[in-house]
Design a protein around this ligand. Structure first.
Ligand code: UTP
Length: 293
């Protein structure tokens, strides 16, 4: 049974400088909610209540966000701001959230190895702290359903444009059903001409504990980082691994353009903003068109 989630959130976020110089990219808001809160909510919606966040230097704001804030709660209560009071006090009790600090930023594989004591002999979910996935059924739940079928590691994948494969981990595998694949290989950031497919690893994984023994001895790979992809390639020699082409839309908040697009999409989904914001967007487009002609 999958009961625990690990959220790596220690990275420097260099693609989003300068804002990430002194604040975690995982705290960048989509309207009024930090990115990592969507990730934690996805875990909870999938029935997971034990979450380990891999934190690091400059990431205190994440810990504070999920902590109780008695002064703020008292103030909101006294001022009769009931809705805000419940929102803020809920955050301190969302789930059983633990933190551990990654001492050196040696890559995603290294970050995950810090979870070993916490997850022990159990399979666990890895959810990237800078990736949110908009879906009807939480993607983590979709992966758990596949795990329950095979009791082996499962990776969320999505199709990407062939010219973009060099940005992602890419899988090779044989299709088992419409959405499920059995892996035969996985490679980090392949050149388009050498890519085994256009199915990209999408920021959610269920891993078996066997991965830890591999991460222990793994040398640095692409970008001189300990790559989870390399560990999975070795794991594949010992166990089956499955990939699941999830239903939903992935948003990578660590990338400025994706961040902007996500903010617009989420604003249009919010009842209080949908209409006036759409009007605003239309007026911006009309103005730009006028300039063009
Ligand atoms: P990224 O590679 O997108 O994060 O890792 P990064 O290194 O912060 O990004 P850039 O390239 O410099 O902009 C995906 C997730 O893994 C975490 C990150 O915090 C992010 O949520 N991560 C990455 C770690 O926890 N530790 C690491 O050593 C690397």
């Amino acid at each position: 049974m999958v009961r625990k989630a690990v959220i790596p959130a220690a990275g420097l976020g260099t693609r989003f400088l300068p804002v990430t110089k002194a604040q975690p990219k995982e705290m960048l808001p989509i309207i009024d909610t930090p990115t990592i809160q969507y990730v934690v909510q996805e875990a909870i919606d999938a029935g997971i209540e034990d979450i380990l966040i891999i934190s690091g230097k400059g990431k205190r704001a994440i810990e504070d966000h999920f902590d109780r804030s008695p002064e703020l709660e008292l103030l909101l209560n006294q001022k009769g701001k009931t809705e805000q009071f419940y929102e803020v006090s809920r955050l301190g009790e969302m789930a059983n959230i633990h933190f551990i600090r990654q001492k050196e930023l040696k890559g995603l594989g290294d970050a995950i190895s810090y979870a070993r004591q916490h997850t022990g002999d159990e399979p666990f979910v890895v959810m990237l702290g800078d990736t949110i996935i908009d879906s009807v059924i939480p993607v983590t739940q979709q992966l758990i359903d596949v795990y329950n079928q095979f009791c082996q590691s499962v990776i969320a994948v999505e199709e990407v444009a062939p010219e973009k494969v060099a940005r992602y981990g890419i899988i090779a595998g044989k299709s088992i059903d419409e959405r499920t694949y059995q892996l035969s290989g996985i490679v980090e950031k392949p050149k388009p001409a050498e890519s085994p497919s256009n199915l990209a690893v999408a920021g959610r994984y269920i891993l078996t504990p066997e991965v830890y023994s591999i991460l222990d001895d793994l040398p640095p790979g692409v970008n001189n980082e300990i790559q989870l992809t390399d560990a999975l390639q070795i794991l594949l020699k010992r166990e089956n691994i499955y990939a699941y082409r999830f239903e939903g839309r992935r948003h990578d908040i660590g990338n400025k353009l994706d961040y902007l697009k996500t903010t617009v999409e989420y604003a249009l989904k919010r009842a209080e903003f949908a209409e006036p914001f759409m009007e605003f967007l239309k007026s911006v487009v009309a103005r730009e068109k006028n300039y063009e002609s």
